[in-house]
Design a protein around this ligand. Structure first.
Ligand code: ADP
Ligand code: MG
Length: 291
């Protein structure tokens, strides 16, 4: 019968740090043809650090950083937390409360500070096409080496750029190589820019990547993958990833992820351990054979 094989496979999985919420998910894993993975927190550690702060000539770096960190201290985005941490190490003044604040997931933060309109976020958010040229091509160079760029606009003027680097997990490359050997097409999805995404995708060994994804475009990419491949998995950790986890044939959450991701997923990797996915696939293929 079907029960003993899938039950013993589930309990075997649990012993190895894979929580499976039902035999059908494990069975699907054995038929997997493609896997989409979120970049930040899934392929990378999800703990970015500030590598460079570049401000427009004539502006005071410390002053600008102090205000930017005061705004970002109201966002719980990993980039925001990294900017606040860096400012606390480099600025002596206490952070303050902006007069108004709006956190826009996937884009950045808007705030009013002493009558000034601030925008902190990705290039498309500050609405400038010339961001690549900011600081004499330094932006391009930083993005191409895998840095995420955050831009600061004050009253419609591009004033600063903060570069942050999030390291690829040590085990990512191996895990991706293993999946590819199992004949599975690997795809990275990210809200980050094209150049940054290209660098991290190369470092991670994924077959394909899509950059500048909003949460709804992650869902769109999953639909397209499902039209092309019979069984598709999605791996993610953030609130952003939940809709994509829900639409995948198999939704896989990193154990350290947000509650929404953990609740939506069919499978949870308890130790954020990517190589476990390949193990689970092997387990599932064995189980499907027994059935
Ligand atoms: P990902 O899909 O890679 O986890 P998000 O969709 O959360 O990324 O964000 C996409 C981009 O929007 C970030 O790379 C960053 O440039 C910008 N962004 C989002 N939130 C913030 C924030 N609080 N502060 C600065 N930049 C932000
Ligand atoms: Mg993420």
């Amino acid at each position: 019968s079907i029960m003993p094989a899938s039950l013993s496979a589930i309990s075997n999985g649990a012993r190895h740090g894979i929580l499976v919420k039902g035999g059908v998910h494990l069975e699907n894993l054995g038929h997997l043809e493609a896997i989409a993975l979120d970049k930040t927190g899934t392929l990378t550690k999800g703990k970015p650090e500030v590598t460079e702060v570049i401000v427009k000539e004539g502006l005071k770096k410390e002053q600008l950083l102090w205000r930017a960190a005061s705004i970002e201290s109201h966002s719980n985005h990993p980039l925001a937390m990294a900017i606040v941490k860096y400012a606390k190490q480099n600025v002596t003044k206490d952070l303050f409360h902006p007069d108004s604040l709006e956190d826009i997931p996937g884009w950045g933060v808007k705030a009013e500070v002493h009558g000034e309109q601030w925008k902190i976020g990705k290039a498309a958010f500050v609405g400038k096409e010339d961001v690549d040229q900011f600081a004499d091509g330094k932006a391009k160079e930083l993005a191409s080496s895998g840095n995420t760029l955050v831009f600061i606009e004050i009253n419609g003027e591009l004033c600063a750029m903060i570069a942050l680097k999030d390291v690829v997990r040590e085990e990512t490359k191996l895990a991706i190589d293993h999946l590819k050997k199992q004949g599975i097409h690997t795809v990275m999805l990210t809200g980050d820019s094209e150049k940054t995404a290209r660098a991290i995708a190369a470092e991670s060994h994924v077959d394909e990547f899509f950059a500048e994804c909003l949460p709804e475009s992650k869902v769109e990419h999953l639909k397209q993958l499902k039209a092309k491949y019979k069984t598709v998995a999605m791996v993610g950790d953030g609130i952003n990833d939940a809709p994509a986890l829900a639409i995948a044939n198999v939704g896989i959450a990193m154990g350290g992820g947000t509650d929404v991701a953990l609740e939506t997923a069919d499978i949870v990797l308890m130790k954020n351990d990517l190589p476990r996915i390949a193990d689970a696939i092997n387990l599932s293929q064995r189980m499907n054979k027994i059935i």
